[in-house]
Design a protein around this ligand. Structure first.
Ligand code: GTP
Ligand code: MG
Length: 219
């Protein structure tokens, strides 16, 4: 049964977390080096061409961009937030921007019980790099379930994809390369499968905070 997006709205760009004004809903975040295709994947998942800004200029997404999304499957709805995180590994980014990256990521991952999954994007044509390993280590430290997603697979011939996926899985120390998801935001390959994973994540119950402790009267 196909999963389709029935609602997708930009909510806020934040530099600190928790961002003000968000409801308690499950979050799925998107991490990856600059230009790997985070914003493009987000747009494909919600089937909108321009919800998240994409560009040929790496380093475009500099804050934490939050989108409210709702999906439908067989008459049921599930909703949550998609969180587009700033990219890393862009050598030409100003030093001030690069210095802020790690603290911003840590600030988002730490004490975030609503974050139920992190999608880490990897380009099928590249070796996983320092920023990818640093991100995966942070996610492991905070025990955030991680989906490693290899993207831009349309750039590689079908016959070569299996070998590239094995190479990436091995670099990441994964036991089974089939645990990698392979997608193309350009031609839609793998998008429904990934939506299936996200559907499950959005079905995860949130622990309700004790009344009054989180957002008491007067904020
Ligand atoms: P930053 O926000 O700068 O970190 O980049 P990003 O990770 O959000 O990348 P973005 O989605 O802006 O994509 C970067 C470039 O890659 C754009 O020119 C996209 O059109 C292209 N791109 C993204 N995904 C795919 C894909 O699956 N296939 C192909 N062929 N191109 C893609
Ligand atoms: Mg982006």
């Amino acid at each position: 049964m196909a999963i389709r997006c029935v609602e997708a709205t930009f909510r806020v760009t934040a530099t600190r977390w928790p961002a003000k004004g968000l409801e308690p809903m499950v979050e799925v975040c998107f991490c990856g080096r600059s230009n790997v295709g985070k914003s493009s994947l987000l747009n494909s998942l919600v089937n909108r061409r321009t919800l998240a800004r994409t560009s040929n200029t790496p380093g475009r997404t500099q804050g934490i961009n939050v989108f409210e999304v709702k999906f439908a499957k067989a008459g049921n709805n599930r909703q949550g937030y998609f969180v587009d995180l700033p990219g890393y590994g862009f050598a030409a980014a100003p030093e001030s921007v690069r210095r802020k990256w790690r603290p911003m990521m840590l600030g988002y991952f730490r004490d975030n019980p609503r974050l139920k999954a992190a999608v880490v994007l990897l380009d099928i044509r590249r070796e996983p790099g320092e920023g990818d390993f640093e991100t995966l280590e942070m996610l492991e430290e905070f025990e955030i379930p991680t989906l490693a997603v290899v993207t831009k697979i349309d750039k590689v011939s079908k016959g070569k994809r299996g070998g590239d996926l094995k190479r990436i899985a091995s670099a990441l120390g994964m036991d089974d390369w089939h645990d990698l998801r392979a997608v193309s935001s350009q031609d839609g390959t793998g998008i429904q499968d990934l939506l299936g994973d996200i559907w499950e994540v959005f079905g995860t119950p949130l622990t309700i905070p004790t009344q009054g402790t989180e957002e008491g009267p007067g904020g």
